[in-house]
Design a protein around this ligand. Structure first.
Ligand code: G6P
Ligand code: MN
Length: 439
């Protein structure tokens, strides 16, 4: 049985992920679960809920809550990384500063994502170093800390040999919805996909070897990538902002006759319409703080005083996907999953060392990307521009370069002009004083 540490234990996602682990104990046996967080107050609020989730399934799994790295990682076999540097207070600024200037306000797309990237690259490297110091030598870090594309590139540049697998649940969340539309379990889908994280396209969606993308497109043209009951079975994605996200895929899809865009492409390809519908005073961060966070904290309090835990957290595709990936790493299952991996020729006309998002076979040695071939010039060009923005941002963090940060902001498609880029960068330098490397 494995020792698993969750870095960012105080996240509102932790109870749901641990629940996903509990229902899969037969596949992924656990001796111990450790929560690790630098925010002690937040983690100790969430921990009793997590402990209850564990005890409902197992009396024998050891449960440890700590803010000490050695206690957290000593001998650990798997580390799930879900740190959120600056927490929701900084997510709110990532979203609101751009919106104030008429630019998309989003946690990973646009200037908000770049700002979040500059906060996260170096702490992620610190985490890797702590893990390498204390954990089992064969330990795997499964990283889904955002902004995943930038974090993955930062790790590749600074710790190229680290055993880190970078993942994002957006493709698998899309696949859950596709499965619901087609009436099959998402595990029955085999997809082809190319791009970068939060910036890519599905090119095939096979069920029993037959491409169902045309059928999906017909559904999406009417309803978006959403079914009535999908919204009900997934409370997170039933929030108004998420319903909008799944609906907005329709107008961008209409412009791609063959492929199915990742919903996040809406921020880059219909930026003006997105901004027009965003509320600069109330963003997704507010929705999460007033919704998911408040509900879970209230439930934790109620549990403390009454011993009864109300139904207050979501168990969804996010946790299930993480467990799938961990199983494939642990037991060399060679399952095919969409992950973020060094290109190595998978997309023939993107750089060999780009961190791309493609299907890959997950073995005990990591991800083996599947060849997706060359992509059309239009897509290649969009991808190259986004890649350059992300790579320049990582270089800005490493070198402390203002100039490269400005180039990164300027190349982001959500940013209309270099003047906007400079205004936003300067304002974000102020806002991120406690977090960014000096530029
Ligand atoms: C999806 C994305 C993540 C993102 C999350 C935000 O799962 O893949 O990258 O962090 O959505 O969800 P939230 O409910 O916090 O807005
Ligand atoms: Mn993601």
């Amino acid at each position: 049985p494995f020792i698993l540490s969750i870095a960012g234990g105080g996240s509102t996602y932790t109870p749901g992920i641990v629940k996903s682990l509990m229902v899969r104990l037969a596949d992924f046996p656990l001796a111990e679960i450790r929560l690790y967080d630098i925010d002690e107050a937040r983690q100790s609020t969430i921990a009793p809920v997590v402990e209850k989730v564990i005890r409902d399934h197992s009396q024998s799994i050891k449960f440890t809550v700590t803010r000490d790295a050695q206690t957290a990682f000593r001998g650990a076999h798997f580390i799930f990384s879900q740190m959120r540097v600056g927490q929701y207070k900084m997510r709110e600024l990532d979203e609101k500063i751009p919106l104030k200037h008429g630019v998309v306000g989003q946690e990973t797309c646009g200037p908000g994502g770049l700002a979040y990237g500059l906060r996260t690259i170096l702490p992620m490297v610190e985490l890797i170093d702590l893990v390498e110091r204390f954990a089992d030598k064969a330990a795997w870090i499964v990283n889904y800390a955002n902004p995943a594309a930038i974090v993955a590139e930062g790790v590749r540049r600074l710790r190229p040999n680290a055993r880190v697998l970078n993942i994002c649940d957006m493709p698998v969340a899309a696949m859950r919805n596709m499965g619901a539309i087609l009436g099959v379990d998402r595990h029955k889908l085999e997809v082809d996909y190319f791009g970068l994280n939060h910036f890519g396209w599905f090119t095939r969606v096979r069920v029993d070897g037959e491409d169902q993308l045309p059928a999906l497109r017909r559904h999406i043209a009417k309803f978006g990538l959403l079914t009535e009951d999908a919204a009900q079975t997934d409370p997170q994605h039933a929030d108004p902002s998420w319903v909008k996200t799944w609906r907005n895929i329709k107008p961008i899809m209409d412009n791609f006759p063959e492929y199915l865009p990742n919903p996040y492409l809406q921020y880059y390809l219909m930026s003006e319409q997105i901004v027009a519908h965003q509320d600069p005073d109330h963003t997704r961060a507010n929705e999460v703080m007033e919704g998911r966070e408040k509900k879970l904290f209230a439930a934790a309090q109620e549990y403390q005083s009454t011993g009864i835990l109300p139904d207050a957290f979501h168990v969804g595709v996010h946790g299930a996907f993480i467990v799938d990936v961990a199983c494939s790493l642990a037991f060399d299952l060679r399952q095919r999953h969409l992950v973020i991996v060094e290109n190595r020729g998978a997309i023939a006309n993107l750089p060999y060392d780009a961190m791309v998002e493609v299907p890959a076979y997950i073995t005990s040695q990591g991800a083996e990307p599947v060849r997706m071939g060359a992509v059309p010039l239009f897509h290649q060009t969009l991808l190259m521009q986004q890649l350059a923005s992300e790579q320049l941002l990582v270089e800005a963090a490493i070198e402390g370069s203002y100039e490269k940060a400005l180039q990164a902001f300027t190349l982001n498609r959500t940013v209309p002009t270099m003047v906007h880029a400079k205004t936003l960068l300067d304002e974000m330098i102020e806002a991120n004083r406690d977090y960014w490397p000096a530029l």
